[in-house]
Design a protein around this ligand. Structure first.
Ligand SMILES: Cc1cc2nc3c(=O)[nH]c(=O)nc-3n(C[C@H](O)[C@H](O)[C@H](O)COP(=O)(O)OP(=O)(O)OC[C@H]3O[C@@H](n4cnc5c(N)ncnc54)[C@H](O)[C@@H]3O)c2cc1C
Length: 501
């Protein structure tokens, strides 16, 4: 089939949950560019935050913590929606079979992470994302109106008089697919960096396609660097040591084995992520070393193994026993707060085009996401996108116009090296503390790459699509960062510290 009511680009939590919430009478296609569960959702460890059947907690308190972490740059309306509707979606995930951990008395075990004033994070040991992703995959695969295709890369999207056409590359062949409504649920941009916790699919494809179609992109320079990625500087994908490890009492130590967070922020190891990442960089400047460790050896070994089974096993493969050894860590790229600008129903500035999950900018995270709020955002706002489409689809004409894409037939392959160059620039000029002086030349270099990829006829293969997405996202990030610096004395990404007494 090539005509659908709705095409959802992305099979992570947000894409699948949108498919689940759309009316059963609509024909829906969900596309994943690689394996069906290869995505950031599957990697989430800590959990999903939200107030659900918690008498000692409230959406008001959750909102307060979200605002503090987000530097009060959060959108108040969408944040209100996030915290008040959390109970609906956490309840729904439980109903669909997501197996969140329980305490011995049968209540849900709610854990704590940096920035949260209450225990409000539902989790499945330390692999919550995989549990949610597989629950949703099971659910969506059972729906007769939803078709799920893996290894299907959307290379381009065009607006038509009846909706959209998408150019899809699968097994080396192209297909044009038409839809009345499109939801981009394409995830983050981590692979624009040399070191990231993100999965290989996180190349910003949806953001770049939306940008090329003229959609508004907002706050792309609001990038979160997780303070505790496992420090193995040999692989691009850095294994995350979840914030929940600090939530359970782990200490941060410098190259001398000393705790240091008290020098920078009175919330110590449980300060929000941006504060902790900045503190690590300040401490590395003070000590002249980038050796840092996470230490949870003072906790009961059996508790550690049961609470963090995946992290424990993964570290053992690196010859680190976290019950006895310090864990080497360093910040790396982790999450994108900005993205395709949407309203509270995930509507972009282009009629019929929706965006949800990490590729969207709902504004709920402000300039720094509170831990475990992104899985929540992915669910709340994809459900709302589905509700909006359900209403509009009632009056949508049934015909489809098809756009003819230029397939660049016979064109040569793009030269190698673009992606490496972009990653080098981003790592150098726009890491935890931006290199304000380097932004201009970095932006100029990236602009040249974008111009070349947009204006030269290269073969449209996955290398080209990814390079063009990375270049476009890097360009928007650096341009926005440069504008922030030029307009004021403000340094992008600077967190609000709570100074020690
Ligand atoms: C290591 C790690 C740990 C995390 N831990 C937590 C946590 O504990 N709690 C929390 O709330 N958040 C956490 N996050 C963040 C959270 O997991 C993500 O923000 C969220 O899951 C993103 O979901 P998504 O549906 O937007 O995107 P993803 O789950 O990344 O899915 C993106 C989908 O888009 C598809 N796609 C992309 N481009 C194309 C294309 N061109 N054509 C076709 N398909 C395409 C991909 O194939 C994939 O199916 C973590 C992230 C990481 C990386």
């Amino acid at each position: 089939m090539k005509n659908y009511d709705v095409v959802i680009v992305g099979a992570g939590a947000s894409g699948l949950y949108a498919a689940y919430n759309l009316p059963r009478e609509l024909n829906i296609l969900v596309l994943a560019k690689r394996e069906e569960d290869l995505c950031n959702s599957s990697l989430a460890q800590g959990g999903i935050a939200g107030v659900y059947e918690s008498p000692d907690d409230s959406p008001e308190l959750h909102k307060h913590d979200t605002f503090v972490a987000g530097g009060y740059e959060n959108d108040p309306v969408s944040t209100e929606v996030l915290v008040t509707e959390a109970c609906k979606d956490i309840g729904k995930l439980i109903e669909l079979g997501a197996d969140f951990d329980k305490t011995p008395d049968g209540d849900y075990h709610r854990t704590l992470e940096g920035g949260h004033g209450k225990h409000r994070i539902f989790h499945h040991a330390d692999c919550t994302g995989a549990e949610i992703e597989h629950t949703l995959l099971r659910t969506v695969k059972a729906l007769p109106n939803v078709e799920l295709r893996d290894n299907s890369l959307v290379c381009d999207t065009a607006k038509t008089s009846t909706g959209f056409s998408l150019l899809v590359l699968k097994n080396g062949g192209y297909e044009t697919i038409n839809a009345h409504f499109v939801i981009f649920a394409t995830g983050g941009i981590g692979r624009v960096y040399k070191y990231t916790t993100n999965s290989a699919i996180a190349t910003g494809d949806g953001i770049a396609m939306a940008y090329r179609m003229g959609a508004t992109i907002e706050h792309l320079s609001y990038i979160q660097f997780h303070p505790t990625a496992f420090n193995n500087r040999h692989t691009r994908e850095c294994f995350l040591i979840s914030e929940a490890v600090r939530g359970e009492g782990a200490y941060l130590r410098n190259c001398k084995g000393e705790r240091f967070m008290h020098l920078y922020d009175k919330r110590l190891e449980l300060a929000p992520r941006d504060v902790v990442s900045h503190s690590i960089i300040f401490e590395s400047q003070r000590t002249g070393s980038d050796e840092f460790f996470l230490d949870i050896t003072h906790k009961d070994p059996e508790f550690i193994k049961k609470r963090f089974p995946m992290i424990y096993k993964n570290l053992l493969t690196q010859n680190i026993d976290m019950t006895k050894d310090y864990i080497p860590i360093f910040p790396c790229q982790h999450y994108l707060m900005g993205g395709i600008k949407v309203d509270t129903y995930s509507r972009t500035t282009i009629d019929g085009l929706y965006a949800c999950g990490e590729c969207s900018c709902t504004g709920v995270h402000g300039n720094n996401r509170l831990a475990s709020n992104s899985l929540l955002e992915a669910h709340v706002f994809s459900r709302r996108a589905a509700a909006d489409i359900a209403e509009k689809a009632k009056t949508t004409p049934k015909d489809f116009e098809e756009h003819t894409f230029d397939l660049h037939e016979g064109a040569p392959k793009m030269p190698e090296g673009n992606r490496r160059k972009i990653r080098g620039i981003m790592q150098e000029d726009y890491f935890v503390i931006p290199n304000v002086k380097g932004l201009k030349s970095g932006l100029e270099e990236v602009r040249k790459i974008v111009d070349d990829l947009d204006n030269t006829r290269y073969a449209i293969d996955s290398d080209y699509v990814v390079a063009r997405s990375l270049a476009t996202c890097a360009y928007i990030i650096l341009k926005e960062a440069q504008d922030i610096c030029a307009g004021s004395e403000k340094i992008p990404n600077m967190p609000i510290f709570e100074k020690p007494e």
